[in-house]
Design a protein around this ligand. Structure first.
Ligand SMILES: Nc1nc2c(c(=O)[nH]1)N[C@H]1C(S)=C(S)[C@@H](COP(=O)(O)OP(=O)(O)OC[C@H]3O[C@@H](n4cnc5c(=O)[nH]c(N)nc54)[C@H](O)[C@@H]3O)O[C@H]1N2
Ligand SMILES: Nc1nc2c(c(=O)[nH]1)N[C@H]1C(S)=C(S)[C@@H](COP(=O)(O)OP(=O)(O)OC[C@H]3O[C@@H](n4cnc5c(=O)[nH]c(N)nc54)[C@H](O)[C@@H]3O)O[C@H]1N2
Ligand SMILES: [Mo]
Length: 678
């Protein structure tokens, strides 16, 4: 650590964003102002490097448009938003006065809406969950990102577990499957790149020719939603060519006979037809995978945002069982590491489910918020939603089929409170907006879904303006609602100290900034999955076609022939950072990548404005004629703030709310559109 002058302090932090990397931060504070945010050099996966976005974190924290005071709406919901500043005291009294009569009629008419704006265990669902449990509010099923893949891992291995990141550096073959790692998982890429320098072959499996695909030896540009078919085709070839580890299968896989039968129905020609690739690509990929050891798969969430996403994850996750790749610490697969830390988390201590006192409120799926805000009371649905408290999320921008989400939040009879750093699209439709602290201003502790350390985030600076931590909002509201249980008085430090089980020493965490979990290097070398039998479960996994595609809905495809995916833009994090000008300038403007042949047949010129549309809506953006798009697929890079887009809309204008086969998740990338010059 560098010598510190009295005015300069170095504070240990953790990146709060929804990203597998969860970097350890080193924050330089001079005279009470954060002047630099860097990656900790001695944390293994962070290794001193940050992405462009988070190295701009001070710019976001001191942004001139940062919300500094509580704001109360003075305009109608369907007009341009106008707000007036109010004191915290007045805001909290008003909010409690609005919620009380609703709660007296039926607390399930009140809904929390939150996701991973911060992944912190303190500023996430700790105090907030206590509040909503005590209230008996509707519960929220937090499905918007990862639940198809999560359910698939549970159904296959009994938990969300996989390889350790650092051993990818020793792999001889890496399949980067449905992941733009350079953009969204940079610190994994460092290990993959190390393997590449040591002679490993890297293959990217992605409909889009991403910057990651550019750096791999091979790119297989399959059609969105066809991954399950590709996995079955690989199994077919592994079986036909005898590239199986029959011992591993016999000892550690349940349901192999059924899976084998199914895979034998997927010869390369059939797979090629469904995936829109060549039979040689299927055969070559199978040969590489079947004959290289150790072989590793880095699966990411991109490929599970389609109807069959859950089953596709199941099939891909089973591949290392067929070849016995799990024997080696540099073989196997990783979708998420969140199962490793799960036994070290004290979720019940943080959230106190006992405050429900025997009640079991209904659950609302966050991915169908558009439909659900527009529902009336009914026996089946329960009470109409009358109030929503939004924190750590921007549903108006990120939830599917936004025309309905907007209409729902525009209801004059809906009472909406938003805790935010900025006036997002969702804040624009709120009755009250409360200024929230950023990661530099509050205490938190973090786990990761990429690596296997836990981290602390110390307070670096005083709150900017009148910003307060999410926890403080819920403490104040609890008091105003008359909730006097002692747990509502706990401080953030008390919450942070309870977040983990006793294996994690809080003082040691403070000392070093993080702690690595004690885990085996090659955890599944001899099976040992977390299923009741200890075996991987192969039964039932099958290819599930898209809701919308040329093959499954030919009539729809006649009108809307292009498959649209909407993966994240590199310099944004979902809809966060879109308002940071230096980052927005790098992204330019909302872009739709389209292949030259699809552009030519529609009279679309490079750089011209186009409409991507279907029966749900129409999204205005700029066409980029690009080899990043394959024929038949357009890439609408996300997730722009609607109000910073070309016509006040973003890519979710055209996505739908139908759910995945497993996990009740949205199928953002299972979406047909037509594109025309604007
Ligand atoms: N810079 C940046 N980093 C991020 C994010 C961000 O918005 N920006 N988001 C964060 C979040 S919330 C998450 S969940 C994680 C992971 O986020 P993911 O959503 O997994 O993001 P990507 O790694 O970009 O992976 C998506 C990739 O999958 C591809 N893809 C789309 N459809 C298919 C398909 O059907 N099959 C296959 N094989 N590939 C498909 C896309 O073209 C894209 O390259 O990343 C996090 N990191
Ligand atoms: N079309 C399409 N839509 C998508 C995706 C896609 O790939 N394509 N990706 C999906 C995925 S993977 C995800 S995870 C979701 C993400 O959706 P969200 O979880 O809603 O993520 P963000 O858009 O980043 O919005 C997070 C908000 O939380 C706020 N925030 C951050 N920290 C704090 C805090 O400490 N306190 C409070 N009160 N607020 C805070 C930020 O300012 C930001 O506005 O979007 C999904 N939507
Ligand atoms: Mo996500």
């Amino acid at each position: 650590m560098q010598a510190e002058s009295p005015a300069i302090r170095i504070v240990k932090g953790a990146c709060p964003h929804d990203c597998p990397d969860t970097c350890a931060l080193k924050i330089t504070v001079e005279n009470g102002r954060a002047i630099k945010v860097q990656g900790a050099a001695d944390h293994a996966s962070t290794h001193g490097a940050l992405c462009t976005k988070v190295s701009r974190y001070p710019e976001r924290t001191y942004h001139p448009e940062r919300l500094l005071r509580p704001m109360r709406r003075v305009s109608r919901k369907d007009e341009a938003p106008r707000f007036e500043p109010v004191s915290w005291d007045e805001a909290m009294s008003d909010i409690a006065a609005r919620l009380k009569p609703i709660a007296a009629r039926d607390p399930e008419a009140i809904l929390p809406y939150s996701y991973a704006g911060t992944m912190g265990m303190v500023q996430g669902e700790g105090m907030a969950a206590r509040f909503f449990n005590k209230l008996g509010a509707s519960r929220l099923d937090r499905t918007i990102c990862a639940s198809a893949g999560g359910a698939a891992m549970n159904a296959t291995y009994g938990h969300r577990l996989g390889m350790h990141l650092r051993f990818y550096a020793e792999s001889r073959l890496i399949l980067i499957w449905g992941s733009n790692s350079i953009a969204s998982n940079l610190h994994f890429w460092t290990y993959a790149n190390q393997a590449k320098r040591n002679g490993a072959k890297l293959i990217c499996i992605d409909p889009r020719k991403t910057e990651t695909a550019d750096k791999c030896h091979q790119h297989i540009a399959l059609l969105p939603g066809s991954d399950g078919a590709l996995a079955l085709g690989l199994m077919h070839e592994l079986i036909r060519n005898g590239w199986l580890d029959q011992d591993y299968i016999d000892n550690y896989v349940d349901g192999w006979d059924e899976l084998r039968e199914r895979a034998l129905q997927w010869p390369p020609e059939r797979v090629a037809e469904v995936c829109g690739i060549s039979p040689e690509e299927v055969r070559g990929l199978a040969r590489d995978y079947g004959t290289t050891s150790p072989a590793a798969i880095r699966l990411n969430y991109g490929m599970q945002r389609v109807r069959g996403g859950g089953n596709a994850v199941r099939l891909i996750a089973l591949l290392p069982c067929l070849t016995g790749a799990w024997h080696h610490r540099a073989g196997g697969m990783l979708l998420t590491a969140s199962g490793w830390v799960a036994p070290f988390k004290n979720v019940d201590g943080l959230e106190k489910p006992e405050l429900l006192a025997g009640r079991t409120p209904r659950t609302i799926n966050m991915s169908t918020i558009g439909d659900d805000l527009l529902r009336e009371s009914s026996a089946e649905f329960g009470p109409k939603i009358e109030a929503v408290i939004v924190y750590n999320s921007n549903p108006v921008a990120v939830a599917p089929e936004s025309p309905k989400v907007v209409k729902g939040f525009q209801r004059e009879d809906l009472f909406t409170v938003v805790l935010e750093h900025f006036m997002t699209d969702t804040a624009d439709l709120a009755d009250y907006v409360l200024p929230a602290t950023t990661q530099l201003e509050h205490l938190d502790v973090h786990a990761s879904y990429g690596h296997t350390s836990v981290l602390i985030n110390e307070v670096a600076i005083e709150p900017v303006g009148e910003a307060r931590p999410n926890t403080e909002f819920f403490r104040l509201l609890a008091a105003r609602m008359g909730f006097d249980d002692a747990c509502f008085a706990e401080t953030d430090e008390q919450l942070a100290r309870q977040a983990f089980t006793s294996e994690i020493d809080f003082e040691a965490l403070r000392e070093q900034g993080w702690q690595d979990l004690p885990l085996a290097d090659a955890p599944f070398a001899n099976g040992g999955f977390r299923t009741p039998s200890g075996k991987a479960l192969a039964g039932g996994a099958d290819f599930v076609p898209n809701y919308e595609s040329r093959a499954s809905t030919p009539e729809l495809a006649a009108r809307y022939p292009l498959a649209m995916i909407s993966p994240p833009a590199r310099n944004f994090l979902n809809s966060s950072f879109v308002n940071v000008k230096s980052l927005r300038d790098i992204e330019g403007e909302p872009i739709l990548e389209i292949h030259a042949s699809d552009a030519a047949s529609r009279g679309i010129a490079d750089g011209s404005m186009v409409r991507a549309f279907n029966d749900r809506g129409s999204y205005l953006c700029k066409a980029s004629i690009s080899s990043r798009a394959r024929p038949g697929v357009v890439n609408g890079l996300g997730v722009w703030w609607r109000k910073l887009g070309a016509a006040g809309s973003n890519v979710n204008e055209v996505t739908h709310q139908r759910l995945t086969d497993l996990g009740r998740a949205p199928s953002f990338y299972d979406c047909l559109v037509e594109v025309a010059p604007a």
